[in-house]
Design a binder for this molecule. Structure first.
Ligand SMILES: C[S@@+](CC[C@H](N)C(=O)[O-])C[C@H]1O[C@@H](n2cnc3c(N)ncnc32)[C@H](O)[C@@H]1O
Length: 165
């Protein structure tokens, strides 16, 4: 399935200002993330890896890795996984939590990898925090090999229960 995201051209948001805002914010909360948001986002890790067919030998890039949950879980499945995040504080946290997994500092909008480097790119709870999500998705597709998969999770609004009373 292909999902096309089109950003309104008249959106009064300066992408670079948004990016600076995000970068500063994540740097400040990185040390608290694992005991707060991490308890929520880790619930989606295994379903995401199942949906994207991650197993022994899968080459996986985890973009906006934060504390590295998806990359670490992929390694536990036998994948060759690497996590990347633009916040040095988040990368430090990921390395602290998962010392056996590789993490690098890098920007989702300019991935420092060649074409056909990965089988799967994951963006767990990252897309809505990116200044240019369309550019990041194009980058994810660029570094994938034939048959590659991109998987992402995003926050959603609470829904009222279905059915009537
Ligand atoms: C909500 S956290 C998600 C962390 C983790 N993936 C999870 O599921 O818990 C969003 C992450 O996106 C990262 N991020 C935001 N913009 C980025 C960019 N342009 N390139 C790389 N990482 C970025 C932040 O540093 C932060 O770690």
């Amino acid at each position: 399935m292909v999902v096309l995201l089109r950003m309104p051209s008249d959106l009064p948001i300066d992408p670079e200002a948004f990016k600076r805002f995000e970068h500063t914010g994540w740097g400040e909360v990185a040390h608290n993330y694992h005991d707060s948001f991490g308890r929520l986002t880790t619930q989606a890790v295994e379903p995401m890896l199942d949906a994207s067919g991650v197993g022994e030998g899968t080459r996986l890039l985890d973009v906006a890795t934060g504390p590295g949950y998806v990359a670490a879980a992929a390694v536990r499945r036998g994948a060759r996984a690497l996590g990347i995040d633009f916040s040095s504080s988040m990368v430090a946290e990921a390395r602290r939590l998962h010392p056996a997994v590789e993490f690098r500092e890098g920007d989702a909008e300019a991935l420092p990898f060649e074409r056909d480097t990965f089988d799967v790119v994951t963006i767990p709870f990252g897309l809505l925090h990116l200044a240019r999500p369309d550019t990041a998705l194009a980058e994810a597709l660029r570094v994938l090999g034939p048959g590659g998969r991109v998987a992402f999770t995003v926050w959603d609004a609470p829904r009222p229960p279905s059915g009537s009373f």
